[in-house]
Write a protein that binds this ligand. Structure first.
Ligand code: FES
Ligand code: MG
Length: 577
């Protein structure tokens, strides 16, 4: 990489805006001077777009106004011209029906921001779950030099001296509240202690999983994915990212130079070894397909079988992201995986992954484990198939109850989330812990947006009996901080007539994870009868983004991207008149 030819100012994309002698270029220059810049500050310099997803309604990105300034500091120092451009914020806790509905909109926005403005390269500021894949999907499609600047995990939560983990402890204590084991006052104290700083969820949920993936793919400076948001190393990561992106533009080091089948296999491996979020299955497939690389569910199952879980982080293990940082962070985690990772994949530094992680030490051996003494011998996620999920379903085995992984049970069926809320705590509901809770109409079209409803709450009467897990099955996703024996992403989804639509209350369902099977114990003739009686739900959207989404979103096994964004094809540079 080091010997890549350096580009000259006339080779820059922005030269067409700034460097030529045309009427339009006069406008670009005079309007930049209007902002108060001196000619020497922008002429002949790489224009770096800082795509910033800061918003008042996104607590995970609350520090991004300052971080953007720190990125700019690095860009100026390295001789670039920074241009901050705000983009749609996807705030996991606030946006309805789910941020997942808008991931593709941010991806599309990112790509078009980069295309329509004079960007030579970009620094992407994101972190909260869907923001990471969204920004990267857009940048991969646009294929300009790209660095990702992650928001970083927030500080550890605290309640009466106990450490609280984002998400995971919410679910846990909510069950205890419903079971009558903690008081409403306790619950309010937890509310005040669980999110103590800006930054992303500090369990190894979706945000941490996706940041780690972004780093192993080569988009984050080495070690950057695990630096806590409130640590002073974090602003340094921002200015370093600013300095590096300018060099990347001169080297013309683009996503297409970095990404390969091998780098996406690395992404799957670190997801598995971290016991990471099931959401990453959807996002990795979507990002790979943007890069023209065919990664499918079977790649996840194959790599899961050979990858041990080596991070002792919640929800699969015990610790939190701050501990992982003190333990040596992402570099130590990757290094300990040895030859499970392809080490010759390039990173944004211009060096290989192997070079960047060589010799990174583990400081806390109970947090980052080694391959010979892992948390689990096999990876965290299995792919299931069968007559109930012809195109696949996903289960996070590392967060499941081992005794339930081979089980046949009676289906309790909820047609949608409202039905679930209505019936779940009805004392007359005929349910026990051997039953399987089935939720449908929660997929990409049905939710819409495939909400994180998969970890359904348990019936109160079973909670009071001490039951804390049951098999739950749906075409929804679940939060990366969730746990339990939960089968997700059933494809095709029920809303478009997938077999999940045909399940009736009382049917028997078999979950057999060792053999990777998900089966509805109803014969084909009966299923055919039910299929011909099935009625397509009424069209939900007639206009707006919802209509665009419904027309074009793909199923979970294809990454839920829009068909017209996932496909290759001509998308020309804008003419500059
Ligand atoms: Fe933003 Fe969890 S809510 S990362
Ligand atoms: Mg989440």
């Amino acid at each position: 990489m080091a010997d890549r030819p350096r580009r000259k100012p006339e080779d820059l994309r922005s030269h067409r805006w700034y460097g030529v002698d045309t009427l339009r270029a006069f406008g670009h220059r005079s309007r930049t001077l209007q902002i108060g810049y001196d000619r020497r500050e922008f002429a002949g310099k790489p224009v770096i777009a800082i795509v910033n997803t800061w918003s008042d309604i996104n607590p995970c990105h609350a520090h991004f106004r300052t971080r953007a300034e720190e990125v700019k500091r690095g860009i100026w120092q390295a001789g670039g011209f920074p241009v901050e451009i705000p983009a749609l914020t996807l705030s996991e806790n606030f946006q309805k029906p789910t941020t997942m509905m808008y991931r593709n909109l941010l991806a599309m926005e990112t790509e078009e921001i980069l295309r329509s403005y004079p960007a030579d390269g970009c620094v992407l500021l994101g972190g909260c779950d869907k923001t990471v894949p969204a920004l990267l999907m857009g940048a991969i499609s646009m294929d300009l030099p790209t660095i990702f600047m992650p928001a970083g995990p927030m500080l550890r939560g605290n309640w009466r001296g106990q450490q609280l983990g984002s998400g995971s402890d919410v679910w846990k204590y909510h069950s205890e509240l419903r079971a009558g084991n903690i008081t409403q006052d306790d619950w309010h104290e937890i509310e005040e202690g669980i999110a103590r700083s800006f930054g992303t969820c500090m369990t190894f949920g979706t945000a941490s999983t996706m940041a780690t993936i972004a780093e192993v793919l080569g988009f984050i400076l080495p070690g950057g994915a695990t630096i806590p948001s409130a640590d002073s190393n974090h602003p340094r990561l921002a200015s370093n990212s600013g300095r590096r992106i300018v060099e990347m533009v001169w080297e013309d080091l683009k996503p297409s130079d970095i990404l390969s089948r091998k780098s996406f296999e690395n992404a799957i491996t670190v997801m598995m070894a971290g016991g990471g979020s099931t959401n990453a299955v959807v996002h990795i497939v979507a990002m790979a397909r943007r890069a023209g690389i065919d990664i499918g569910l079977d790649d996840f199952d194959r790599l899961s079988r050979t990858t041990p879980v080596t991070l002792n982080l919640r929800p699969s293990g015990k610790y939190l992201m701050e501990d992982m940082f003190y333990a040596g962070g992402s570099r130590a985690f990757f290094e300990a995986l040895g030859d499970l990772l392809h080490r010759d994949t390039p990173a944004c530094t211009g060096r290989t992954l192997g070079e960047e992680i060589a010799g990174a030490p583990i400081h806390l051996p109970d947090v980052i484990l080694t391959r010979d003494a892992p948390l689990e011998p096999e990876g965290g996620v299995a792919i299931l198939r069968g007559n109930l999920a012809p195109d696949g379903a996903v289960i996070k085995t590392s967060a499941a109850t081992p005794a339930l992984l081979q089980h046949t049970g009676r289906a309790i069926v909820f047609d949608d989330y409202n039905a679930l809320e209505r019936r779940l705590d009805d004392p007359a509901l005929d349910v026990d812990e051997t039953c399987i809770l089935v939720l449908r109409n929660s997929g990409p079209q049905g939710g819409p947006g495939m909400p994180e409803w998969g970890m359904m709450p348990l019936p109160r009467k079973l909670l009071q009996k001490g039951v804390r897990d049951m098999i739950r099955l749906s075409d929804a996703r679940m939060s990366g901080t969730s746990y339990g024996t939960v089968v997700l992403h059933v494809a095709p989804e029920s809303y478009v007539g997938g077999p999940l639509a045909l399940v009736r209350e009382g049917d028997m369902i078999t979950l057999d994870v060792p053999n990777r099977v998900l089966r509805l114990e109803v014969d084909e003739a009966e299923l055919e009868r039910r299929r011909s009686a099935w009625k397509r739900p009424e069209r939900r959207f007639e206009r707006g983004y919802g209509e665009l989404f419904s027309q074009h979103v793909q199923q979970a096994d294809l990454g839920c991207d829009f068909d017209f964004l996932a496909k290759p094809g001509r998308n020309p540079e804008p003419e500059i008149h």
